[in-house]
Write a protein that binds this ligand. Structure first.
Ligand SMILES: Cc1cc2nc3c(=O)[nH]c(=O)nc-3n(C[C@H](O)[C@H](O)[C@H](O)COP(=O)(O)OP(=O)(O)OC[C@H]3O[C@@H](n4cnc5c(N)ncnc54)[C@H](O)[C@@H]3O)c2cc1C
Length: 229
């Protein structure tokens, strides 16, 4: 069922990524961590709309999506102003497996969006569930939620973060290479579940690396941002 949301905030995360906050009937959406919505623009030919993961924590006063500008839909989302109306679906999807095992989350770019929702949800509920995030970006300037992730790492012993930078000169404290699931996550293959999110190429590649390393497919849950770069 479609519903009308009102844009209530707009935060620039990186030069090409914004987080758009919105409310329906004055409230955030009821959703589970890791779900997504479909956004519709009536003045486009894409009647089926496009999907965007919710980056907000369930129960928040406003819901958020975090959008990288690459084409028509994401450009229209970037152009939204506070007070604008937005046609959206109900939340859906089951990226978050809601099991008790510790998590290795592997994200690229805006693929952090549903994972950020899951991380905040676990932290807010103080589950103590260990989460290890491997986060890949082209340059340090592309890291979404950089400060928020750092604060969470500083405040929370159960949250570990490793950055991977693929296209920039040397900066300290990060890995200058692509994520290699065998090298970076093999130690957790029998004890953790794996949440993978990003572009189709990224998810396909990481899933293959995990499976080739002997991770059971039952332990891997993915969200593929089809249409994203
Ligand atoms: C479950 C799910 C969740 C998602 N969550 C998010 C999210 O949280 N954040 C987010 O930013 N995105 C997310 N996406 C991706 C999002 O749905 C859109 O696909 C994305 O925003 C691109 O849409 P667009 O209309 O802006 O770009 P498009 O216009 O579709 O362009 C996409 C790319 O394809 C190129 N392109 C377009 N048409 C052609 C053509 N004819 N020939 C060659 N190249 C072409 C464009 O230049 C651009 O590089 C998600 C996708 C899915 C499936």
């Amino acid at each position: 069922m479609k519903q009308t949301a009102v844009v209530t905030s707009r935060v620039i995360n990186t030069p090409d990524t914004v987080t758009i906050g919105f409310r329906v009937d004055g409230r955030g959406l009821e959703h589970r961590a890791g779900q997504y919505i479909t956004v519709y623009f009536d003045d486009t030919d894409i009647r089926e709309g496009k999907a965007y993961s919710l980056s907000s924590v369930p129960g928040a006063a406003e819901s958020t999506i975090t959008v990288k500008k690459i084409g028509l839909f994401s450009g229209k989302l970037h152009d939204l102003k506070i007070g604008d109306h937005l046609i959206i679906s109900q939340p859906y999807g089951s990226f978050n497996a809601f099991v008790d095992e510790p998590i290795v989350a592997i994200a690229a770019g805006t693929g952090i969006s549903p994972i950020w929702s899951v991380i905040q949800d676990e932290t807010r509920r103080a589950t103590g569930r260990p989460i290890r995030l491997l986060y890949s970006n082209r340059t340090p300037g592309d890291i979404v939620f950089r400060e928020e992730l750092k604060s969470l790492t500083d405040e929370n012993d159960s949250f570990k973060l490793e950055h991977f930078i693929t296209r920039s000169p040397s900066v300290s404290g990060v890995n200058h290479r692509r994520i290699d699931a065998k090298r970076d996550a093999s130690a957790y293959k029998d004890t953790h579940c794996f949440y993978v999110c990003g572009s189709a190429d990224f998810v396909r590649s990481i899933w293959r690396q995990l499976v080739d390393d002997g991770v059971s497919i039952d332990r891997i849950t993915t969200e593929t941002f089809f249409g994203a770069l």
